[in-house]
Each structure stands twice: as C-alpha cells, then as structure tokens.
Design a protein around this ligand. Structure first.
Ligand SMILES: [Zn+2]
Length: 102
C-alpha cells in the first residue's frame, strides 16, 4: 500500500508540473508561452504576432497544428521590410559620415 501511494503521488506531481493547456510559440526567436482558450481554433502570439492553428487532442489539451501562413507571411514580410529600411538608414548614415570626413 505504501508503495502504491508513492507512485500515485509521483504521477500527481508530474501532472502539476506539466503545462497542459499551454504550448510555446513556434517562432524560434520568440518562444512565448501561449495558452489558447477552450475551443479556440487559432491563437495569435502577443509577442511576435505570429498566428497558429490549434488542434484539440482532447478537452483542455491543445496542440499547435501549424502556422496560419497568410498571417505569418505578412508578419515575416513586415519584419523583412523593417530590416531593409534599417539597413538603408545605416548605409545612408555611413555615406554621409564619409562625406563629412572629407
Ligand atoms: Zn511568438
């Protein structure tokens, strides 16, 4: 009986530490913890703006099924644009610095 009790409590402690109902954002640079509401079909990451499709393995046990490409493509394009603009700005800056140097 004593042994059975121990096994039971081990399982219980495992259960409490597991993050059922939550998963991490699949954006490798983000990894935000996401917690979809029951029955929610998609979830948007509040940190990076990526959106994911949610599959419910069972009640209260969601899994990421995959990204919502139309949304994530837009997010990626915007990020790319921002990056290019930033590069342009630094390029111009360095050219102007050279001019000033002469
Ligand atoms: Zn994210």
């Amino acid at each position: 009986m004593e042994q059975g009790k121990k096994v039971g409590s081990t399982i219980e402690s495992l259960r409490s530490t597991r993050t059922y109902g939550k998963f991490r954002c699949h954006n490798p640079t983000c990894m935000e913890r996401l917690e979809p509401k029951k029955g929610q079909k998609t979830i948007k990451c509040p940190t990076c703006g990526m959106e994911f499709r949610v599959a419910w393995v069972k009640d209260g046990f969601p899994r990421i099924r995959g990204p919502v490409w139309s949304v994530n493509k837009k997010v990626a394009e915007e990020a790319f644009e921002m990056k290019m603009k930033a590069q342009d700005a630094t390029k111009k800056e360095s050219i102007e610095k050279k001019k000033e140097g002469k």
